[in-house]
Design a protein. Structure first.
Length: 767
């Protein structure tokens, strides 16, 4: 252990030279995003900067002279399915070096790190890009004492109140006596171990009983029971001095304090891990704070710094959008697009996807909602619960940004849930196919609160929920993402083929089953499926043949048929004459997208008929995006434009709030003025100091589904494709916005183009 400390101390000295070497190796033609610089301290955690890598996110800020940071790793789900933070760290300097006029806090997007400087002191923070390890390097030209504190609010069991139950999967059906269990924390000399070990009894068991699944429980994956999550802090040059108690943002905590006396170069490493119950046999915590089942790796700090910079610099070369304009609206749009993409890159190697409701970057909730005086673990809409309609918006823009590798976390999550989704279908209805609910748990089951209360005689497969009943088609978007990830980036998606086919088969077999239950025939007079009861998103309920579902099935089945017929890669592409038989037969059974006349013009109808409007979505425009049945360079563009411009519900529900998609549809339809107006507003700065931390919207802060929708809208303004792959450059771009971009297209193409005063001055497509 002593050798580790000595190595760590020496590597602090090598970091600056390692970073400089990476810079010297760059081409002058490389794209380097501008760093974000703050010249004053922050008021609280809501005024923090994000930083991250691998599957770890940090919120970093300087308050009253102290450097503070939260650390979050995706996958830290406790017994209640709350997404826990690892804790809060604080660096306190006895000579207050950051209180002077030379204070500077810099987020280097190109290097993936944050640096805090002032008074002769420098603190550099980053996350390793290959392993979940946080590094903090301190250097100083002055002597003095530095106190390092690990602050944890889960030092005791905390009752989970009805007011804060939204952070868990229980939501409003919270059992009396539910608590957030305490962590185990052990300090010794220069180290600290901390971990949270889930009990065997969790909200998963509550869900099984509520959803009448006791007889098949052994066949359903339980992601929570026995889950062990934790980490180890190495702090060479520091020594443990004891604990103190305090309060931050209304939440009490306990601090484990370490002191470095007159150390000119010191720092720490925080190694994070989580393990499923089948991956370990729990052993006792030893006297040095070692968690038995965890294997902590020796990570060379200088090498980590070098790889971090190389990875982030390469990340920015994949795609970019830049301008030499001084137009403040355009500069704001491009900057916030870039900052949102940076946050997505912080979960590049996660097992679990970035969450729409704050991701890894939530801060103390009272700063998002003054009535939410809860712990830093709080967020609305759950930790291990995924609202699929919101979640999808984070992953669609990764196709054109060239980040298809980042999509694996989301797609693999659906793949892990596939057996449960198929079991749900078989158990409740006795047919094949995967039924993925809208408010879905990380187990693949519907959220127990959103599922509703059932009684004998009810259809136990349907959520008794006015918003969610019969809404199952969002899973088809993730199927389409997989198919397009292959088209854009050559991603090997063979493992996703069963998921794609199973999702299609569910609708095919389920609606034939329902039709046979109502009468003698499984199909209508034209041999088509009768999609009833259906749902146009959460909005058009008890719908007959909703247009969003039909467009989804038609688009995915067509793309899947094409994929099967072409083979598994661009390099091979052998013909497969026996493939695509099922997609072909399904396509023959799909009804046409319903239309209606509004003010004398033909429009896309939300459905043939529906019983009520429950929410404020506009699914009649889903055939534009995400399904691209209509759009620039596609047939019947006027029908889709009529829908956008004249449909009374579309007009009434138009907004840029949160997950709203009007900015995307305006761009896809070539409505340039509308696209500019809506996307400029969508990408305008949020209310917090980091401008891509958007307000809670319909969900929570920072609102990442707003950021994802904004990214999509901007990309669509710049680049679209016709059904045969012809590129459409600047289809909804205002002539007064001069810009250059590098984005990606199908066929593995990279597209670069520039426009000046409305004239395309450069265009290049590779290969």
């Amino acid at each position: 252990m002593k050798q580790r400390f000595i190595l760590l101390l020496f590597t602090f000295l090598a970091i600056s030279s390692a970073f400089s070497a990476v810079r010297r190796g760059r081409s002058s033609a490389d794209y380097v995003p501008e760093p974000l610089v703050w010249n004053s301290q922050s008021d609280n955690s809501s005024a923090s900067m994000p930083c991250g890598g691998c599957d770890v996110g940090m919120n970093v800020w300087v308050e009253n002279g102290d450097v503070l940071f939260y650390v979050s790793q995706s996958g830290w789900f406790d017994e209640n399915n709350t997404l826990l933070k690892a804790g809060r760290w604080r660096l306190h300097f006895d000579k207050s070096p950051f209180n002077g006029s030379d204070f500077r806090q810099t987020l280097s997007l190109d290097e993936g790190c944050i640096t805090v400087e002032g008074g002769g002191v420098s603190v550099r923070l980053w996350v390793d890009v290959e392993q979940p390890v946080v590094f903090v390097a301190l250097s100083t030209r002055q002597s003095g004492q530095v106190m390092l504190s690990y602050e944890n609010w889960r030092y005791r069991d905390r009752p989970l109140t009805k007011a804060e139950c939204q952070q868990s999967s229980y939501k409003w059906v919270l059992p009396e006596g539910t608590v957030t269990r305490a962590d185990s924390i052990v300090a010794h000399e220069n180290e600290l171990s901390f971990f949270h070990h889930n009990r065997q009894q969790t909200v998963f068991d509550f869900t099984l009983q509520r959803e009448n699944l006791q007889t098949v429980a052994s066949h359903i994956d339980n992601p929570l029971a026995g889950l062990l999550m934790g980490g180890k802090m190495y702090a060479p040059g520091f020594r443990f001095t004891g604990t103190t108690d305090g309060t931050y943002a209304g939440t009490d905590y306990r601090a484990w304090n370490y002191v470095a006396e007159n150390s000119r170069n010191c720092g720490l490493m925080i190694d994070l891990r989580y393990l499923r119950h089948e991956q370990y046999q729990l052993t006792a915590v030893d006297g040095c704070g070692t968690i038995g089942p965890f294997v902590f790796q020796d990570v060379n700090m200088a090498k980590s710094a070098r790889l971090c910079r190389q990875w982030w610099h390469s990340y920015w070369q994949r795609s970019w959008i830049q301008t030499d304009s001084n137009d403040p609206a355009l500069l704001s749009v491009l900057r916030n697009y870039e900052l949102m993409r940076f946050m997505m890159g912080c979960n590049a190697r996660g097992r679990w996807p970035m969450k729409f409701n704050g991701g890894l970057f939530t801060f103390d909730p009272v700063f998002a909602d003054e009535t939410a005086a809860f712990t830093p673990d709080y967020r609305k809409w759950g930790g291990g619960t995924m609202t699929a309609q919101n979640q999808r918006l984070l992953y669609w823009p990764l196709l054109k940004s060239g980040d298809t590798d980042l999509m694996a976390a989301q797609l693999d999550t659906y793949l892990r849930m596939l057996p449960t989704a198929e079991l749900w279908t078989q158990h409740h209805w006795g047919h094949r196919g995967a039924c993925f609910s809208e408010q879905i748990e990380n187990s693949g089951l519907p959220n127990p609160a959103e599922y509703g209360k059932h009684k004998d005689g009810d259809d136990w497969g349907v959520e008794r929920n006015a918003w969610l009943e019969y809404e199952w088609d969002t899973a088809l978007e993730f199927c389409m993402m997989a198919l397009l990830a292959h088209e854009y980036g050559g991603l090997d998606i063979r493992k996703y083929e069963p998921m794609i086919e199973s999702c299609l088969r569910f609708f095919d077999e389920h609606y034939q089953l329902l039709a046979r239950q109502r009468g003698a025939k499984a199909l209508d007079a034209d041999g088509h499926l009768i999609i009833y009861p259906g749902s146009g998103c959460e909005t058009y309920k008890q719908a007959y043949n909703p247009s969003s579902t039909i467009a989804a099935l038609r688009t995915v089945a067509t793309a899947y048929r094409s994929y099967l017929s072409r083979g598994l890669s661009y390099a091979e592409a052998p013909p497969q004459p026996t493939a695509a038989t099922y997609p072909d037969s399904l396509l023959q059974r799909l009804p046409p997208i319903p239309l209606r006349v509004v003010q004398g013009d033909t429009c896309i109808a939300p459905a043939v008929v529906w019983s009520r409007i429950q929410n404020v979505e506009t699914p009649q425009l889903y055939p534009v995006f995400p399904w691209r049945v209509y759009g620039c360079g596609r047939p019947d563009l006027h029908i889709a434009r009529n829908t956008y411009l004249k449909d009374p519900h579309a007009l009434e529900m138009r907004s840029t709030k949160g997950w709203k998609q009007d900015n995307i549809w305006a761009a896809c339809l070539g409505l340039t003025d509308e696209a500019r107006r809506l996307n400029a507003k969508k990408l305008s700065p949020g209310p917090y100091r980091f401008t891509a931390f958007w307000d809670p919207g319909f969900d929570w802060a920072p609102d990442l589904n707003r950021g994802g929708a904004a990214m999509i809208g901007l990309q669509e303004m710049l680049l679209q494709e016709t059904p045969d792959g012809e590129l459409l450059l600047f289809p909804a771009w205002p002539r007064e916005w001069n810009v250059r971009f590098r984005l990606h297209a199908t066929g593995g193409r990279t597209v670069e183009a520039a426009i000046v005063d409305g004239i395309i001055t450069e265009k290049k497509t590779l290969p």
